[in-house]
Write a protein that binds this ligand. Structure first.
Ligand SMILES: *Cc1c(COP(=O)(O)O)cnc(C)c1O
Length: 373
């Protein structure tokens, strides 16, 4: 519930989620157990990855990815400047250095392969890509580059659950189930890999570095455990896993609906002089997490955002340029022209599977009223 007449995002929750929550409460097992195991198995199968581990959130997934890959102080992790801050924060958390790469262009705000190439040094150990708004990065070029240069590849697939092979190209894939994501459980996430060696590390790092789970011991499958590495408690609980299973069953339908709505936006907002509609020329990404629009200049963006706000329509900005945050001053490069222009001009519009077509059309009308003179 919100005070906006049209919020930025909304949940598709119903009787299925309610029944799932009641089932877990009545079962009286709340921490990681059968629901988590089923969720992991269903997610793994639906996304076509070899291993999937449910975690507390998407940030934990990224942290575990870096830890499992053995990234440590002195290592450089090349990553997009236009991203949610989590990938960069977790880089700092393991003591590594974030090296920020520019995006391809205003119409394709994903990490530029040429930038990755330019920024590689002898200390570069890994590359993070982020499938912005569910639109896939240039994975053919990037996977070839990483293979050639012996770099680990991590996919921040938090926008891209169910978008093609997203999360399955790299060494590790990271997903978030935060409330506004395509698959929403409130808090929650998944870390995936096709590599058996990383899988075992991810599994143990998630739960204190322990060799067996409370659930296994509860069922009598194990009576003791060893601690084989210094781990964390990044587990997901049964309630959220049960919600995740419901959301997973709705994912394909909801992603398709997002795609339809985004195409309608793209058609309706095409050909406004000076405005750019990122990814409009590309095929449906498969998860259409965000609908973004780039204004001719920051003032024009503000004017449209204010006009929408006055009409009760919530908007947002995905994202500020990460190295321009105060905490990243010591990692702040010059340049990044495209990312900085993008951050100053991008506007995110409401997009969610239950968004009514009439509401979408109303948003478009409001934008057109003030977008151009
Ligand atoms: C949401 C998000 C995250 C972080 O996920 P949390 O579950 O909120 O920790 C990381 N990266 C991107 C691109 C995201 O959208």
């Amino acid at each position: 519930m919100s005070d906006w007449s049209i919020p930025l995002s909304d949940l598709d929750y119903g009787p299925e989620e309610e029944a799932a929550a009641v089932r877990v409460l009545r079962g009286k097992w709340l921490s990681m157990g059968p629901e988590v195991q089923a969720f992991e198995e269903e997610f793994r199968t639906q996304l076509g990855v070899k291993h999937a581990f449910a975690v507390a959130n998407g940030t934990a997934a990224l942290h575990l990815a870096y830890l499992a890959l053995g990234l440590t102080p002195g290592d450089e992790i090349v990553q997009p400047a236009i991203n949610f801050v989590a990938a960069a924060n977790m880089t700092a958390a393991v003591g590594a250095t974030p090296v920020f790469a520019d995006i391809i262009g205003l119409d394709e705000p994903t990490i530029a392969p040429a930038e990755i190439q330019r920024l590689i040094t002898p200390r570069t150990k890994a590359v993070v890509v982020m499938h912005y708004g569910g639109s896939l990065c240039r994975m053919d070029e990037i996977t070839a580059l990483c293979r050639q240069r012996g770099l680990a590849l991590i996919e921040d697939a938090c926008h891209a659950v169910g978008a093609g092979r997203a999360g399955g190209w790299g060494d590790v894939g990271c997903f978030s189930f935060f409330s506004n994501k395509n698959l929403a459980t409130g808090e929650g996430g998944m870390v995936t890999t096709n590599r058996d060696d990383l899988a075992e590390k991810l599994r143990r790092l998630r739960s204190h570095g322990m060799s067996s789970l409370t659930w296994d011991r509860h069922r009598g499958h194990a009576s003791s455990y060893d601690v084989t590495l210094h781990g964390y408690n990044y587990r997901l609980d049964e309630l959220r896993a049960a919600l995740g299973r419901c959301q997973l069953r709705k994912l394909a339908r909801n992603n398709a609906r997002r795609g339809e709505l985004r195409r309608r936006y793209h058609r309706a907002l095409a050909e406004m002089p000076g405005w750019v509609t990122p990814f409009a020329a590309q095929p449906d990404p498969g998860s259409a997490h965000l609908m973004v629009l780039v204004a001719p200049d920051p003032a024009r963006r503000q004017r449209v955002a204010d006009h929408l706000r006055a009409a009760g329509v919530q908007t947002s900005l995905h994202y500020p340029c990460v190295p321009d945050f105060a905490a990243f001053e010591r990692f702040r490069p010059t340049g990044l022209d495209c990312s900085r222009a993008y951050a100053s001009r991008v506007l995110t519009l409401p997009l969610y599977p239950t968004l009514a077509v009439e509401d979408l059309d109303r948003i478009v009308t409001l934008i057109r009223q003030v977008a151009v003179d």
